[in-house]
Design a protein. Structure first.
Length: 262
């Protein structure tokens, strides 16, 4: 799992934070966008390892360093036999109840810290809380499963090229999914986090401000996670159905900035 550490810098905020709410906040989401883990400190996971095999032509076709690759063995003396082996022995898709020649799985999570300043509004008996989310890091766990030929000594050069092109086609398809999950989402997620900038409380809640601010931010970022995962799943389904690439500008819905008094 590779962590993308991206500092949130918001030019609109010139405040010097006077309070920090708790420690590092960790949120991780399942395939439905629900929180599956939320802790105080982040655990640093190692970068994906390429689970390579001797005869894996995938290695010669350009693997992404931010993706974990797994391989299952296939057999055959001709190209047709090998493809049939892949179709019969590939990973099982519970959704379609069929085997696939390649598979793709992913999950999303992030860590961040938050700081805030408060301002008493004695006239209206309100407490204005200006919020800054900082040191945000997105992390993705993406796995692609591909067939690997255990022995290519029976193939002639033409069949070897056919097999290489077959793997190249699978890689192109799965890397298209990686782009939808990762490359098209990072900026949008960070932008939406940057829009969480304000919370208004009653003046009587000043002693509870830290806990209330943290709970509010956690709930807002959890909502971002759920909506992001749902949109990614929809785009992946569209891609699987033959849709073109998903533009980054249309990936996530815009949210309205929270202004004082709203």
């Amino acid at each position: 799992m590779r962590r993308y550490t991206l500092l949130l810098s918001f030019c609109m905020l010139s405040l010097v934070a006077g309070n920090s709410a708790g420690g590092m906040i960790v949120q991780h989401f399942d395939a439905a966008g629900n929180l599956v883990r939320e802790a105080g400190k982040a655990s640093v996971a190692p970068a994906p390892a390429h689970m390579s095999r001797k005869y894996s032509v995938a290695q010669t076709l350009g693997l992404r360093p931010d993706v974990r690759y797994e391989f299952y063995p296939v057999f055959g003396r001709t190209f047709a036999e090998i493809v049939r082996s892949a179709e019969e022995n590939g990973p099982y898709d519970r959704k379609t109840r069929k085997r696939q020649t390649s598979a793709f799985s992913w999950s999303l999570g992030w860590t961040y810290q938050l700081s805030y300043t408060t301002e008493n509004d004695e006239e209206n008996e309100k407490l204005h809380c200006d919020i800054i989310i900082h040191d945000a890091a997105l992390f993705y766990d993406v796995t692609i499963t591909l067939p690997v030929l255990t022995d290519d000594s029976f193939l002639n050069d033409i069949e070897k090229d056919l097999w290489k092109n077959f793997i190249a086609g699978l890689l192109e398809k799965e890397h298209g999914r990686v782009k939808i999950v990762k490359d098209n989402t990072q900026d949008a997620i960070l932008r939406r986090m940057g829009e969480i900038i304000y919370l208004m409380l009653d003046a009587a809640q000043e002693g509870e401000a830290e806990g209330l601010v943290e709970r509010y931010v956690r709930e807002e970022t959890a909502r971002i996670g759920k909506e992001t995962v749902r949109q990614i799943q929809e785009n992946l389904e569209r891609y699987s159905a033959g849709g073109k690439g998903i533009p980054a500008s249309g990936l996530l819905k815009e949210t309205t900035l929270r202004q004082r008094g709203f």
